[in-house]
Design a protein around this ligand. Structure first.
Ligand code: PEP
Length: 250
C-alpha cells in the first residue's frame, strides 16, 4: 500500500453465523480493536439474515457492514435475492459484487455491471471482486481475463464514485484452498487491476485489495506491496482473534 491510501480489511463470512453468533463476534472484535485509531478501515460481510444484527452490534464503532451480494432490481419476483434498499434498511453500508462463488453459481458479467450500478445509485459502498481460475493463469490469460471482467463491470461507473469503490483481486485458485498467492504474484495482478481501472477511476485513490487464503501470518507481506491496499478475508475472518490480527498487520 502507499501512505496515500488508507487500507481496507473486509471479512466475508459467506454462509456462516446467525444473528446471535454475529453479536457475540462483533463484541469480541470491538474488544480486540479497542477505541484507539486503527491502521485500516474494517468491514464485515455477514449473510443477509445476520445483516441487521451485525449492523446494530457494530453501531458506534469503526466497523462497517456490507452485504455479500445485491440484485440490480429495486423489487420484484427474484426469489432469494436482496435489493440495495433492503441492505440500507438493514443498517448496512455497502455490498460485495461479483464474488467468484456467485459468478460460479451463474452471475454474469452483465449482471455484475448492473449490480455495481444499482448499489452505487443507492449510495452503497462497493467491493467489486475479480479473479482468474488456475487454468487461466497457467494458460497465461490472467491479465486479459481481469481486463475483460473489469472493463465490463466498470462501464457504468463514474470517476467521482472512486471513494465509494474498491476492487478485490481474488484468484479463484487461492480462495478457500490455503494456497495464498505469493506477494509478488498478488502485487503484479493488483498493479494490473489498478492500471485497467485507471481508465475510469483515479488510480492514486482507488483501493485494490487482495483476497485468497489471507491469514495473520501472510497479511503483513501482502500489505507491504505497493499496489495492495488491504484484503478481503474469508475463512480467517470467522475467528475474531485472527481477523483482528489481520487488521493489525495491515
Ligand atoms: C473470499 O471468499 O473472498 C476469500 C478470500 O476466502 P478465503 O480467505 O477463505 O480464501
Amino acid at each position: 500500500m502507499t501512505a496515500a491510501r488508507r487500507p481496507l480489511v473486509a471479512g466475508n463470512w459467506k454462509m456462516n453465523k446467525t444473528g446471535v453468533e454475529a453479536r457475540e463476534y462483533i463484541a469480541r472484535l470491538r474488544a480486540h480493536l479497542g477505541e484507539t485509531a486503527l491502521p485500516a478501515d474494517v468491514a464485515i460481510c455477514p449473510p443477509f439474515t445476520a445483516l441487521e444484527a451485525t449492523a446494530r452490534a457494530a453501531s458506534g464503532s469503526p466497523i462497517r457492514v456490507l452485504a455479500q451480494a445485491v440484485h440490480e432490481a429495486a423489487k420484484g419476483a427474484h426469489t432469494g435475492e436482496i435489493s440495495a434498499a433492503m441492505i440500507t434498511a438493514a443498517g448496512a453500508d455497502g455490498c460485495l459484487v461479483g464474488h467468484s462463488e456467485r459468478r460460479a453459481a451463474g452471475e454474469t458479467d452483465d449482471q455484475v455491471a448492473a449490480r455495481v450500478r444499482a448499489a452505487l445509485d443507492a449510495g452503497l459502498q462497493v467491493i467489486l471482486c475479480c479473479g482468474e481460475s488456475l487454468e487461466q493463469r497457467e494458460a497465461g490469460e490472467t491479465e486479459s481475463w481481469l481486463t475483460g471482467q473489469l472493463t465490463s463491470a466498470l462501464a457504468g461507473v463514474r470517476p467521482d464514485e472512486v471513494g465509494a469503490f474498491a476492487i478485490a483481486y481474488e484468484p479463484i485458485w487461492a480462495i478457500g484452498t490455503g494456497r495464498t498467492a505469493t506477494p509478488e504474484i498478488a502485487q503484479a495482478a493488483c498493479a494490473h487491476v489498478r492500471a485497467v481501472a485507471s481508465a475510469t477511476l483515479d488510480g492514486d485513490v482507488l483501493r485494490v485489495l487482495y483476497g485468497g487464503s489471507v491469514t495473520p501470518e501472510t497479511a503483513g507481506d501482502l500489505m507491504a506491496q505497493p499496489d495492495i491496499d488491504g484484503s478481503l478475508v474469508g475463512g480467517a475472518s470467522l475467528d475474531p482473534d485472527a481477523f483482528a490480527a489481520i487488521v493489525r498487520a495491515s
